[in-house]
Design a binder for this molecule. Structure first.
Ligand SMILES: *Cc1c(COP(=O)(O)O)cnc(C)c1O
Length: 388
């Protein structure tokens, strides 16, 4: 339900400020050229290894496997955990489709959990009551790059023998009490879609924190073969040994991604500045209008993935998006609560099941937020918001 530049005609204004503007930040073209000239365009080449090494360093040494998307990394997680028909997987209702779909593909019954009204992360207090003997996994999303309540989630999962898979699509470089998001669950996933902080168009990664899962993760990602071991010289031929699919990212895209990762400090510093300027500059207006701004609880350091406003009603939200549009600013909303989607209803989702997710979904506005946003562009957005 996102308004993308393709589906919304541009209004007749001189400088349209889009919701997202993916830009190169450094050596992307030079590195892609190198990848092409090496003549190794499939996956697991030199650029893939360089990206995996950087990401492993960011994830306290976990094994990181580049994948074709975060969606595919989540599908790998479902395969690795042997999710099957009749298993239950607990997923926040307020998230992107893939968080749930990856497990539904394996036949799991998706159980929706409501979110917190301030962080929009899953409400950990509801977790124990949703865990049953059939629950296999819980999939927290660190919304906007702000940590979920890690300790109670891990405690409830551990007590019940349930795996934690962090959908960390928003949270790369975010931290909780000093530890990187994505290092808490047995598995976590990253996205390098063009809308994320660091991107290569389409791409992702599976972060394998539980070392017992590494060998099989490599096999699933290589079409169910032991090709990774073959390339390391550990076996003299490779063959079909397990289930799997084609989840390996092209080295050309890894080359692009590495150029982005090299600039990660600059990217994160720019996004932090933009985030704080938005919050500081709209604070008085928001207070006067009863508009809620993002909350970063004590102990969390945000990945600054996005900036949102929470309006007082659906009507106000629609009016704000129209107002910004008339001023040449593209703002969007998300997500349709999954328990209210056509698929979610097949899993028993009913209106009122997750009232906070429903209310937030009606009232949220996401402002333009991208690394290359200039001060003058942001000033225009801020002035447009304050004139509402
Ligand atoms: C972007 C996103 C995904 C999907 O990422 P892809 O790389 O596009 O597959 C999954 N979960 C969340 C929370 C996301 O924001």
């Amino acid at each position: 339900m996102k308004n993308t530049p393709e589906t919304v005609p541009k209004p007749d204004v001189e400088a349209w400020i889009p919701f997202n503007r993916p830009r190169v930040v450094g050596n992307e073209f030079a590195y892609i050229r190198d990848a092409v000239e090496r003549g190794r365009l499939s996956g697991d080449g030199a650029w893939t290894r360089k990206c995996e090494a950087v990401l492993s360093g960011e994830m306290e040494g976990a094994r990181v496997l580049l994948t074709t998307s975060c969606t595919h990394a989540l599908e790998m997680a479902a395969l690795l955990l042997d999710i099957r028909e009749g298993d239950e997987v607990i997923v926040p209702s307020f998230t992107f489709v893939s968080t749930a779909n990856a497990f539904a593909l394996r036949g799991a019954r998706i159980v929706f959990i409501d979110i917190q009204p301030d962080t929009f992360n899953l409400n950990e207090a509801l977790l124990p009551s949703l865990i049953t003997p059939r629950t296999k996994a819980v999939v927290p999303v660190h919304y906007g790059g702000v940590a979920c309540a890690i300790e109670p989630i891990l405690a409830a999962a551990e007590a019940a023998g349930v795996a934690v898979v962090e959908d960390n699509a928003h949270g790369l470089f975010g931290r909780y009490r000093g530890r990187p998001l994505g290092t808490f669950g047995a598995l976590s996933t990253l996205s390098f879609h063009e809308t994320k902080n660091v991107f290569c168009g389409e791409g992702g990664a599976l972060v394998v924190n539980d070392r017992d899962l590494i060998a099989r993760a490599e096999i699933l990602r290589e079409k169910g073969t032991d090709r990774s071991r073959f390339f390391r010289g550990e076996v003299d031929k490779y063959t079909w040994v397990d289930l799997g699919s084609s989840y390996v990212l092209s080295d050309m895209l890894a080359a692009f991604l590495f150029a982005q990762l090299e600039q990660r400090e600059r990217i994160q510093a720019a996004r932090q500045r933009l985030w704080h300027r938005y919050r500081d500059e709209v604070a008085d207006w928001a207070h006067a209008r009863g508009v809620q701004l993002p909350n970063v609880p004590e102990g969390s350091s945000s990945a600054h993935h996005l900036f949102h406003l929470l309006m007082t009603s659906l009507d106000e939200r629609q009016a704000m998006i129209a107002h910004l549009r008339s001023r040449g600013v593209q703002a969007i909303f998300h997500y349709v609560p999954l328990h209210r989607s056509a698929m979610g209803e097949k899993f028993g989702g009913r209106p009122g099941d997750c009232p906070v997710a429903e209310s937030v979904s009606d009232r949220i506005v996401r402002l333009p937020f991208y690394t290359s946003m200039s001060v003058s562009e942001q000033t225009r957005v801020i002035e447009a918001v304050r004139s509402f």
